[in-house]
Structures are given as C-alpha cells and as structure tokens.
Design a protein around this ligand. Structure first.
Ligand code: GDP
Length: 365
C-alpha cells in the first residue's frame, strides 16, 4: 500500500499528530493485513459515499478503505551529512510515496523551538535544504555515470542527461524538483531517479486550538501557504493537540467537541483525504448483501488491475467488470433498477476504472 511519511523538525507536533493517527487506527479484525509496524498507522479513509451506499443497500457490514501514515523520526540540520539519525532518516523518506511535513504554527512559550523562535519559512527551508542536498549528492554521481553512457548514446542516456541538466541547478540552490516543469517523457525519467524532492509534499500547518476555527488571519499559516504555492505543494491546517483529544472520543462526544470548536470534521479527515488525492488515489465500491466496501485504486488503473487490489486471482482470472457509477446507483436505488435504466454496464479488460464506480468483478478461478 502507498504511504505518506510524517516529517518535521523537533517539537513541531509530529508525535502528537502520529498519536492521534494511532488512536484513530482501524480495527484489526476488519483488516487482517493491517501492518504491525509501530511506525505505521492505518486509518480509515472518510467517505460519505460509503455511508450512503450502506443506507441504500443495507448490508450487514460497512468496510471503509484505509490509508497508511509512517512516522519518520529525527530530521535535524545536517541530516544529509549524516548528522543525528541523518542517513536513516533519508532512507526512510525514500520509502514513502508522499511527504507530510508538519510545520509549527502555534505559539507556546513552554515548548521550546529548536532554533529559539517560531518561523515556518525557515523551518521549511531547513528541512527542504536537507532533502535537496541529499538529492544533489546522488544526482551529481548519477550525472557522471550518465555522461559516460551518453558518449555511446546508450539507452536513453541523452534524454536523461538533459533532465539532469535541468535538475542540478535547482538542487544547487535548494529548490525541490517537484517545483520544476517537465513534459511527459521527462516525467518518466524523473520518476526513475527516485528523488526525495520530487515526492508530492503536503505541508501540515499545526496551529493552536484558538486558530482552528478561523485561521484566515494566522500569519504563520500564510507563510506556509505561500511556500506551498510557489512549489506546487498543498497545505492542511490542523491542531495536532486537538486531533489527539478528538481521537479518544466516541462519535457523539466527538460531534459535540467539533461543534464547540466551530468546525465540521476532524482535521485528520482532511489530512487523510488530501494525502489520498496527492497520491492520485481513487475509491471504487463493492456492494453486496454481506458488506458494502470501499477499495483504493490508483487513478488510471484498468478494470483487471483494480480487481487485483481485492485479490490477485481476480486480476489473473478477470472476465469482465459489471459496473454502475455512484450517482447512477444512488439515483436508481438498486442494481436491478440501474440495469433497467440501462446504466448498469458490462466492461472489459481495457476499461479505466472511475472514482466512485460500484463494481462486481466476474472472474475464472
Ligand atoms: P515532535 O517533537 O515534533 O514530535 O513534537 P511533539 O508532538 O512531541 O510536540 C511538542 C510539544 O508541543 C508537546 O508538548 C505537545 O503537547 C505540544 N503541541 C503539539 N501540538 C500542539 C498544538 O497544536 N498546540 C499546542 N499548544 N501545543 C502542541
């Protein structure tokens, strides 16, 4: 499964956020595959559509799909030079698919800041420079190798060299590769370089409780937003301390608390959804008598590939996908009515699954 890694300087609220995630963790009974790695938190992906489907079809069970966050400890200035847990830290980031960077946007004199002051811009720079330096080091080595290959025009070495010529100057001044423009062919080459700064980045602005309901005047958040805009990244505003409290409450208590705060839903829900979107993930549903269930697929997947999310046998023995869109299902009220209305389709192996599809896979065992 794809995972988003949580990073940030010391004392910005990472552990608080990760605790909230672990407390919100799914019940292992429904997800036997769920990891037991203590650094990974598996949460349900909030999706109102699954609630609606459950109301309509009245299955015995409702099973949301899940998303994984990984806690990545220990970045400090100098990490790319192996300071602190530096190398381990970078290796751990290499393994995640997206980065959630927690940025301290709350004042609290009792909680020291590593650099003695709250300054989101400098904090973000500190981390992003470490990531850029790590990329720079590996790309400089790569450049020498690619240059040798380019002498004989081996493979796509010429094209790669051109991409590296674009990437290196950016990294040299500490800019992330994510902020650069590439055409489709270049994008493929970039993907194969496994760059830390090419990973999608979500900035998590950790604000005080008071700022939660209305952060439009929060200057720290504005700073974070400006940086995100400049490099094609996203921002989620949360209060980690509140999220940790919320995660301990039952649904009723949670609603009362949220109302008091003047917000619609936990910030964690927004964090989960944005991370999901950032990774280009979508959800399709299976609806039967026993259960209504949401499944995660990568947008662009064909029907057999999406079937493989449920079980590899479904992909191997794929015959066809019987499907109806979420809107058509809700409008018609059942599979039978959808069929009568002519909106229940039989799709073959080339069908590109759409977000919200309700699917029944037919397959040979
Ligand atoms: P980490 O070093 O990044 O993991 O930071 P922690 O999660 O340990 O948080 C550092 C301190 O900041 C702890 O004392 C937290 O209780 C506090 N903290 C975290 N989030 C918030 C927040 O949203 N508001 C306030 N006031 N304090 C917070």
């Amino acid at each position: 499964a794809l995972t988003a890694g949580i990073v940030g300087l010391p004392n910005v609220g990472k552990s608080t956020l990760f605790n909230a995630i672990t407390k919100a963790e799914v019940e292992a009974a429904n997800y036997p595959f769920a990891t037991i790695d203590p650094n990974v938190g598996v949460v349900e992906v909030p999706d109102e559509r699954l609630d609606v489907l459950t109301k309509i079809a009245k299955p015995d069970k409702k099973i949301p799909t899940t998303f994984e966050f990984t806690d990545i400890a220990g970045i400090v200035r100098g990490a790319s030079k192996g300071e602190g847990l530096g190398n381990k830290f970078l290796a751990n980031i290499r393994e995640v698919d997206a980065i959630c960077q927690v940025v301290r946007c709350f004042d609290d004199d009792n909680i020291t800041h590593v650099d003695g002051r709250i300054n989101p811009t400098e904090d973000i720079e500190t981390i992003n420079i470490e990531l850029a330096l790590a990329d720079l080091e590996s790309m400089e080595k790569r450049y020498e190798k690619t240059k040798k290959k380019a002498r004989t025009k081996e493979d796509n070495s010429m094209e790669e060299l051109a991409v590296l010529d674009k990437i290196l100057p950016a990294l040299e001044v500490g800019n992330p590769v994510r902020a650069l423009d590439f055409n489709e062919d270049e994008q493929k080459i970039v993907q194969d370089l496994f760059l830390l700064t090419a990973k999608p980045m979500l900035y998590v602005a950790n604000v005080s409780e008071e700022s939660m309901a209305d952060y439009s005047e929060n200057d720290y958040v504005k700073e974070v937003q400006a940086i995100a805009d400049s490099e094609g990244a996203e921002v989620v505003v949360i209060s980690a301390a509140i999220e940790e409290e919320l995660a301990e409450l039952d649904d009723e208590e949670k609603n009362i608390f949220l109302e008091d705060l003047g917000v619609d839903e936990p910030g964690l829900n927004r964090l989960i959804r944005k991370s999901y979107d950032l990774l280009g993930l979508g959800t399709y549903f299976t609806v039967g008598e026993k259960e209504a269930r949401a499944w995660t697929f990568k947008k662009g997947m064909t029907a057999p590939q999406a079937a493989g999310v449920i079980h590899t046998d479904f992909e191997r023995g794929f015959i066809r996908a019987e499907t109806v869109s979420y809107d058509d299902y809700v409008r018609t009220g059942s599979i039978a009515s959808a069929r009568e209305a002519g909106v229940y389709r039989s799709e073959g192996k080339d069908y590109i699954v759409q977000d919200g599809d309700i699917i029944l896979f037919r397959f040979n065992v």
